[in-house]
Design a protein around this ligand. Structure first.
Ligand code: EPZ
Length: 424
């Protein structure tokens, strides 16, 4: 297995281009199943996860034209040859589950494996299923599969989510585009990726309003057409590099950053004493820290527009070298502190108590071999390693390849000493 060798202590200086958002791309790709015409996605991130979903779509009969390394992907679902997404494909990546609603809406039936739990928590799909049921789907869960049918098509419905779920909001929105009548989603997630998905679906002929607010309304249409849509920039990638620059020190400009989607992250960095200049019109964020101390800041993860859970691990790495003690509370997932013991291997002083991690800043982290269990945890170790003295080996980096495009190239372009080491 490949690993990364990082020699810390170099400041980061330069420009980092931000790629298309993984978590938006995955739902946009599923939207191709709603139309017989081609959907072209530009600004596509080349990642293990997006490539993996393209294989699943191909196995359903979608013609995929996406040359290796290309940022444009053409998906043509003129004919579906299967409406079954098997265990092996859904188990490996939870977002694959979102093919259920579109296939059901289009074909009247679909069978998709349950995604199962994952390292960061149980992550059930009950809200996804309740939404589809409210739209008239007949659902059976058998042998780990959801067998869904809606022989006469889905019907519009009022769906009140008991708590905010990004995936369930997106799934319901996808399915409702082809339902008969109006669907209203209450207590919908407000993540920027939801507005991105609605923009793409509207370009395909859907009639969605309110995406990005807590109430989304979808007027069902007879059929959707093809479209070309640019995937929004990745707010989590941008936030990650902002924290890397803050931790290692230096002067980094993030180019093509979704500034408006990063308010809580920018606020937390500024409160910790980092100079951040954000220019929404230019889509740039400049992050500078030259020798000044970091202040300990508390954060609480919340649904958007709160501080994102997907930046919690990275912020913990930063706080591990701040002056003072910070309390980081994880409210979205029940088991998302697995980076804490690994950060401790680098010398961080972190105690986890239930939903809270108490981080006492230390003067200096020191390199060590570490290993991570999920995507954002892995990159938090990279951030800590960049700030640490000496060499760190980050193992199990296939997690990083799932969600960070050209990570080594982007960081070494700013002066980081980082190399991929081929494993057997
Ligand atoms: C999306 O996951 C993202 N994944 C996650 O990013 C992100 O952390 C999360 O939203 C929150 O922002 C993708 O977009 C592919 P949820 P999702 O439904 O949709 C519970 C990353 O690192 N829940 O908003 O699965 C759930 O267990 C990933 O890129 C139910 O109980 O998140 C969680 O505790 C990790 N029943 C909470 O709700 C349901 O039916 C919020 O999950 C659905 C969710």
């Amino acid at each position: 297995m490949d690993s990364l060798k990082i020699t810390g202590g170099h400041s980061l200086n330069g420009t980092i281009p931000i790629s298309g958002a993984k978590n938006s791309a995955l739902k946009l790709m599923a939207a191709c199943l709603l139309t017989r015409e081609p959907l072209t996605l530009t600004n596509m991130p080349n990642l293990a996860d997006t490539r993996f979903l393209s294989q699943l779509l191909a196995s359903l009969g979608v013609e995929v034209y996406w040359p290796k390394g290309d940022s444009e992907c053409r998906l043509n679902a003129a004919e579906l040859t299967s409406t079954i997404a098997p265990y092996d494909q859904v188990r490996k990546m939870r977002a694959s589950f979102n093919v259920l609603g579109p296939m059901l809406a289009r074909e009247g039936h679909a069978t998709v494996s349950l995604p199962g739990g994952c390292a960061i928590g149980a992550r059930p799909v009950d809200l996804h299923l309740q939404a589809l049921e409210a739209m008239g789907a007949d659902l059976k869960v058998e042998a780990g599969y959801v067998k869904a049918a809606a022989i006469h098509g889905l019907k519009g419905a009022k769906i009140v989510f008991p708590f905010v779920s990004v995936g369930a909001t997106e799934h319901a929105m996808l399915a409702a585009t082809l339902a008969k009548g109006t669907t209203v989603l209450e207590n919908a997630a407000r993540e920027p990726e939801i507005a991105d998905l609605a923009n793409c679906l509207n370009a395909m002929g859907a009639n969605i309003s309110g995406a990005g607010t807590a109430t989304v309304q979808i007027e069902g249409v007879e059929a959707l057409n093809g479209a070309t849509h640019a995937v929004m920039a990745d707010r989590i990638e941008a936030g990650t590099y902002a924290m890397a620059a803050a931790a290692a020190g230096g002067d980094v400009t993030l180019q093509g950053a979704p500034v408006g989607a990063l308010g809580a992250m920018i606020d937390a960095l500024q409160r910790s004493g980092v100079a951040v200049e954000a220019d929404e019109a230019a889509a740039t964020i400049r992050v500078q820290r030259n020798g000044s101390a970091l202040k300990a800041v508390n954060v609480n993860t919340q649904p958007h527009p709160g501080f994102p859970t997907d930046l919690q691990a990275q912020f913990m790495a930063l706080m591990s070298i701040a002056d003072g003690t910070s309390v980081i509370r994880e409210n979205i997932f029940e088991n998302r502190f697995m980076h804490a013991p690994e950060l401790s291997r680098l010398g961080a002083d972190i105690q986890v108590r239930g939903k809270e991690a108490i981080v006492k800043g230390v003067e200096q982290l020191r390199g060590a071999p570490v290993m991570a269990t999920d995507l954002r945890a892995s990159v938090s170790l990279v951030i800590a390693a960049l700030a640490a003295e000496g060499e760190t080996q980050v193992n199990r980096i296939y997690h990083l390849d799932r969600g960070f495009e050209r990570l080594e190239e982007k960081l070494s372009g700013c002066g980081a000493e980082i190399q991929r080491v081929d494993g057997e």
